[in-house]
Design a protein around this ligand. Structure first.
Ligand SMILES: [Zn+2]
Ligand SMILES: [Zn+2]
Length: 147
């Protein structure tokens, strides 16, 4: 019997995943009324939803939550959640890393937004539904039971 491929999830994580699966949304929850992408300020993006909810994410977080297949697989392999940073090995001489920000943000049809990041990556298509499900405001955190 082989146990290969079985991922050990913590109790905390499995509870959080169950809470996430159980969450149901009204279609208005996936319809943005206002989308603000603060490219010049370099801070992040905010979406106001038709159901009155407000979500915001930093660019750093959005880059680490890139939903493209490559980034998704890389996170799966490391057991990371969307937006979660992998632990970097400390270096003697810290390398200069430019702050993550998009050079461009473009709507994709009526269902998504796409960022062209300053590191050259641009294959992630962030659907409204994906973003709303990734909202981590205090209301959503309470619903998901995370702090
Ligand atoms: Zn990606
Ligand atoms: Zn929220």
């Amino acid at each position: 019997m082989s146990h290969e491929g079985i991922r050990i999830v913590s109790e905390y994580e499995s509870r959080r995943m169950a809470a996430e699966d159980e969450r149901t949304f009204h279609p208005d929850a996936f319809t943005p009324t206002k989308v603000r992408v603060h490219i010049t300020e370099g801070t992040g993006a905010e979406i106001e939803w038709k159901d009155g909810h407000l979500s915001s994410w930093s660019f750093d977080w959005l880059r680490d939550a890139c939903p493209c297949a490559t980034c998704h697989e890389a996170r799966e392999a490391l057991g990371l959640q969307p937006g979660e940073k992998k632990l970097e090995t400390p270096q003697l001489l810290p390398m200069y890393k430019p702050k993550v920000r998009p050079l461009e943000a473009t709507p994709v049809g009526r269902y998504a937004i796409r960022f062209k990041w300053n590191d050259g990556h641009e294959s992630g298509i962030y659907s409204w539904e994906y973003l709303r499900r990734q909202c981590r405001c205090f209301v959503c955190k309470a619903e998901l039971g995370i702090d």
